[in-house]
Design a protein around this ligand. Sequence first.
Ligand SMILES: *[C@@H]1O[C@H](CO)[C@@H](O)[C@H](O)[C@H]1NC(C)=O
Ligand SMILES: *[C@@H]1O[C@H](CO)[C@@H](O)[C@H](O)[C@H]1NC(C)=O
Ligand SMILES: *[C@@H]1O[C@H](CO)[C@@H](O)[C@H](O)[C@H]1NC(C)=O
Ligand SMILES: *[C@@H]1O[C@H](CO)[C@@H](O)[C@H](O)[C@H]1NC(C)=O
Length: 183
Amino acid sequence: MGVKVALVVFFMFFVLCSPFPVKRPQHAPCKHLVLFFHDIIYNGSNAANATSAIVAAPEGANLTKLASQFHFGNIVVFDDPVTLDNNLHSNQVGRAQGSYIYDTKNTFTAWLGFTFVLNSTDHRGTITLAGADPTLKKTRDVSVIGGTGDFFMHRGIATIMTDAFEGQVYFRLRVDVKFYECW
Ligand SMILES: *[C@@H]1O[C@H](CO)[C@@H](O)[C@H](O)[C@H]1NC(C)=O
Ligand SMILES: *[C@@H]1O[C@H](CO)[C@@H](O)[C@H](O)[C@H]1NC(C)=O
Ligand SMILES: *[C@@H]1O[C@H](CO)[C@@H](O)[C@H](O)[C@H]1NC(C)=O
Ligand SMILES: *[C@@H]1O[C@H](CO)[C@@H](O)[C@H](O)[C@H]1NC(C)=O
């Protein structure tokens, strides 16, 4: 008996010290949806079409132009159309409303905080995202911190990709919303 216990302890020691730790269980999303949103930045002459505006900028910077030095200090507020594919002119299923803050001096990184306000035949409710968005990375994971309506108390991860980028005026994000907590 004592030998068995000693063997188990011996074995456990190697399992716990193993350089290949036991893999954490792979979670599967309980709900998944892909959304695109389109951001047209106000540049001084596109007021009719713009969906976002620089509302704060470092001292001396121009509110219609992103600051130099990686746009550090700019705060942009947006109310962007949301579509199910990458076409700006497709049927809107809702809006993406919130802001991003350029918060790094030596690279392009923003802090993103916004809500998808969905109102289509398939989805009615809100999904709120918040987190760091290192915009130069191909994909970025941002927390899905809550929801309402069809997404009551949902939480998960949203994988964000820059799907298109046109100068300083337009960009489009593809957002893969994966919920791991559904009610
Ligand atoms: C603003 O953007 C529009 C649309 O892309 C462009 O036609 C216009 O020339 C831009 N204006 C300035 C001041 O950059
Ligand atoms: C606004 O959008 C329309 C339709 O896409 C386009 O024809 C027009 O040139 C745009 N205007 C500006 C100022 O960007
Ligand atoms: C800000 O930028 C716009 C567009 O480039 C320009 O028309 C305007 O004169 C600039 N304003 C200042 C104060 O530099
Ligand atoms: C959502 O859509 C319904 C049906 O089309 C409409 O009656 C309602 O006003 C919309 N709500 C919002 C907040 O847009």
